[in-house]
Design a protein around this ligand. Sequence first.
Ligand code: BG6
Length: 606
Amino acid sequence: MCGIVGFTGTREAAPVLIDGLRRLEYRGYDSAGVAVSDGGTVNMAKVKGYVKNLSEITHDGADLKGRIGIGHTRWATHGAPNDVNAHPHLSSDGRFAVVHNGIIENYALLRQELTGRGYKFASDTDTEVVAHLLELYYDGDAKRAVMRTAARLEGSYSLGVLCSDGRLFAMREQSPLILGLGVGENYFASDVAALVPHTKNVIYLDDGEFAELTPDSVTVYDVLGRAVEKPVSRVTWDVEAAEKGGYEHFMLKEIMEQPACFKATVEPRIKDGRIVFENFDLTDEELHGINRVIITACGSASYAGQVGRYIMEELCRIPVSVELASELRYRNPIIDKHTMLIVISQSGETADTIAAMRECKARGARVLAIVNVVGSTIAKLADHVIYTWAGPEIAVATTKGYTTQVAVLDMLAIYLADRLGLMEKERYDRLVDALHAMPGQIQRAIDLNRNIGRLAKKFCRHNAIYFIGRNLDYAVCMEGALKLKEISYIFAEAYAAGELKHGTIALVEEGSLVIALACYEPLFDKTMSNIEEVKARGAEVLAVALEGSRKILSKADDVIFVPRTEPVFNPIAQVVPLQLFAYYVARERGCDIDKPKNLAKSVTVE
Ligand code: BG6
């Protein structure tokens, strides 16, 4: 996912822009650049590689004079990562510089038209068409050129536009762009993390809107160029929230933050012992009109959905399926107004998830989004939004994002079951009490596994690890396996324990490592049999079991204990040691834990 920053004020822009880009590095990128101006000329530097390379060639921006500017970190979509394809891109006359996040779907046609008009392209990017369109439409009024250019673009984009006359614009269409309001200076960025060091007062642009920024003013316009009033939001977290806070990696910090994030997500939604949602107000008729639920997401978010599916079916007695967004969007799904689509996404910007959501919305589904980023594309497209309040998640491999997603799904299942008249008050109250107790249980899951580094050291040389479990345990296996794959690069796969005998057990041999989750007590004995099956073939078994489950010690070679919680909440406690196990295994293997190879924090392109 590309990063965008913009600045206008009375101090030199380049150092501010470069610092802003550093705060967006976690999103994954392959090149970086800035362009600045004081009115008159545009000074630009861009380079393949990292922000530190950009800083080196510009002496941290000191070589670039100008108090207005734009900056960019690029995650290549069209055109290889190299200096030429890096952003910003200039118009042929050098008057405009542009940075872009998203995809201009009709760039090929535009490029053909502009080439036919004599424009020369320097890069292979879709973005460069914007720079030349601005030049084509410029007649002395940069704002009009911006509007006419926007009218030609199709696709998703957030754009920063710098004009050599000193005017600065930000444009949003289906890709996040946030304005930061300072004192004597103003900013924009694709992510609040780049704004928080300067201001907590922000404005979230909506699709179709654009803004002009000066050091003393920020004006937002609608697609017709009419000024619109926008609410100013207050960012609730500090700069250090997006810093490591003394931990070696963001991932470890975010694992340790989970008790607090669970509490922040749940407590504000329990009022006088009742679960309430701020933006999910179905009437009884609408609620009873839902005859199926589809949960769609990618990666870990889809595995949170797998946990939610078991719980929602169990409590709400309504058919629930989990569909990978990249499959659902192309499957010509059978959906109508009686379908509720639950979209789960930490970033709110994952391209496949957005596309699946649009597909289902177009077919009449009612859409509820569970997202962690306020003002994100998915949040804006949904009919209802329940935010996870995990704060900024920087590590590419999600942890607190996942557990707070499961927390929301748990609350939602209890809420819906109660609304549907399927839950007695005693059980409702017990579950709400258990929600209050969960932050302590998550902390206990951390405390019980302070020595998990020992197990990581013992098992970090395996090149294949099998996770097995049943029901909720199986759902957690999926996330445990993905965590290990993502950051330690060990082949790991989750298998329904009952499936072993249908093929996978052929892979189990002397010394194979099998991680068996045995917390779902109704099927504990079945899982114990599976442990015996793999042991009989020579496997070593690391079990995950509830505190006090003594029987497991008779079969498993090693055991990770987790606190006994209300059964439907077990997955939240169970996943914590699996996160820690993956973290310490990756650390033993010397992997780049916060920025695993080939992965990005949010895949905003297909
Ligand atoms: C992947 C991330 O790129 O996208 C995963 O590495 C994440 O951690 C997945 O689960 C989906 O992202 P999001 O933002 O839609 O939850």
